[in-house]
Design a protein around this ligand. Structure first.
Ligand code: MLT
Length: 411
């Protein structure tokens, strides 16, 4: 008799975003006249930059010509894209990252989960609370946790609470952990990390032989020039960190799919026999076996992100969403709500009013003003009492959603 991976049975009922989708669909079916505004899932709304589109059209035409047709590409990604990433995203910021350390993929979410393939099953794992749910759920699926309690915490994980009291940056743990997930600018709180904060993590990881999984999917939203965009801006990070990056949020590739993961060749972890094994070599082997790369057409589109035209079009996209974030912050503050984030990140993290639970506030906004956000409790127990509002939408929808919310809250 075939059996299943029982770890899946430990997962809470649904992944956060499908659960929101389910509630929203049920509401929409009952109220087809309601004009819903979705500020829940962080999905982009504005069209792809023209530079990326032209590059992809050219690539489609190359695929139609025997002379320029491409079959399988390298599993790690095309050299011309990896070179551009290394030069623009890392070397230009003083980070010592080589093109061969960059692995192109179809998404950071996939890579964050897939990376667990090459790490052992006995690592102690730390996540912040609240946290992007993928880090937790993929560890549950891999059997790295025990059961979930009524607060939504899984036995065996080390939760590092983040709240307004610690500026939404976790304290360095007192115990030893092997794998640490960090996300800056942070999803869901919109918080950022200073170089000093990241330096403390790098020092901790080096002292304990830990590996940091650094998710920098939102780095393009950093406005403050003093803030680091990459963990490799911190000395020593090459020896203890893997970084996840994406074209989803800067160039609007959520539907186009292209991202990359940086695995420095100097990063090692222990084999059972105590020997030091290069992580790069394992990830390279994993990708070559389980992945056939991102399409040539999409990689050409991603390459155009680094052209002069691409850079200025992306700047305009980010400015657009950040103006939405500013409007959200301003309007909610006027309505007497405490807001965090939204200054160097496209997410505004809101304290729910009148002590409402985060799902109650979700239902209240959905039913009374037809606006969808994300309940903080969906990101972890410490997210209870908070609510995330995404700045990814049209200006018209953001203005309208804020008008409805403020009117309701001030009534
Ligand atoms: C979110 O809303 O948190 C994002 O959509 C996450 C993601 O990009 O997977």
């Amino acid at each position: 008799m075939a059996t299943i991976n029982d770890n899946y049975l430990k997962l809470k009922a649904g992944y956060l975003f499908p659960e929101i989708g389910r509630r929203v669909s049920a509401f929409a079916a009952e109220h087809p006249e309601a004009k819903l505004i979705r500020l829940g899932i962080g999905d982009v709304t504005e069209p792809l930059p023209a530079a990326c589109r032209s590059a992809m059209i050219k690539a489609v035409n190359e695929m139609g010509d025997r002379e320029t047709f491409q079959g399988y590409g390298p599993e790690q990604g095309f050299g011309w894209l990896r070179e551009k990433i290394a030069a623009h995203d890392f070397q230009a910021r003083g980070c010592e990252i080589d093109a061969s350390e960059i692995f192109i993929s179809d998404g950071s979410k996939c890579d964050c989960g897939n990376i667990l393939d090459i790490f052992g099953d006995n690592n102690s794992i730390a996540v912040t609370d609240p946290v992007y749910p993928v880090y937790v759920d993929t560890n549950v699926m891999a059997g790295h946790t025990g059961e979930v309690n009524e607060k939504g915490e899984y036995a065996g994980l080390v939760y590092l609470p983040i709240s307004a009291e610690n500026d939404f940056t976790a304290e360095i743990p007192s115990q030893k952990v092997d794998l640490i997930y960090l996300c800056f600018p942070n999803n869901p709180t919109g918080a950022t990390a200073t170089k000093e904060h990241l330096k403390a993590w790098v020092d901790y990881a080096k002292a304990n032989g830990s590996v940091i999984f650094f998710d920098a999917a939102y780095e393009a939203y950093i406005q403050d020039p003093a803030l680091p965009h990459s963990i490799y801006e911190i000395e020593g990070a090459r020896d203890c960190a893997i970084e996840f990056r994406s074209f989803s949020k800067n160039a609007g590739f959520t539907g186009t799919r292209c991202a990359f993961t940086v695995v420095p060749k100097s990063l090692t972890a222990k084999a059972k026999d105590g020997s030091d094994i290069q992580i790069w070599q394992l990830w390279n082997r994993r990708q070559a076996t389980k992945f056939n790369g991102v399409s040539y057409i999409v990689q050409r589109g991603a390459e155009a992100v680094y052209s002069e035209a691409g850079k200025s079009q992306i700047r305009a996209l980010i400015d657009f969403y950040m103006e939405n974030a500013r409007i959200i912050r301003e309007q909610l503050t006027t309505a007497g709500i405490a807001v965090y984030g939204g200054i160097n990140a496209p997410y505004v993290w809101v304290k729910t009013p009148q002590g409402l639970s985060s799902w109650d506030f979700f239902d209240k906004l959905l039913h009374s003003v037809h606006v969808v956000g994300t309940p903080g409790a969906g990101f972890g127990a410490a997210g209870e009492g908070y609510f995330r509002i995404s700045a990814f939408n049209s200006r018209e929808n953001v203005n309208e959603a804020m008008r409805r919310i403020v009117q309701k809250l001030m009534a």
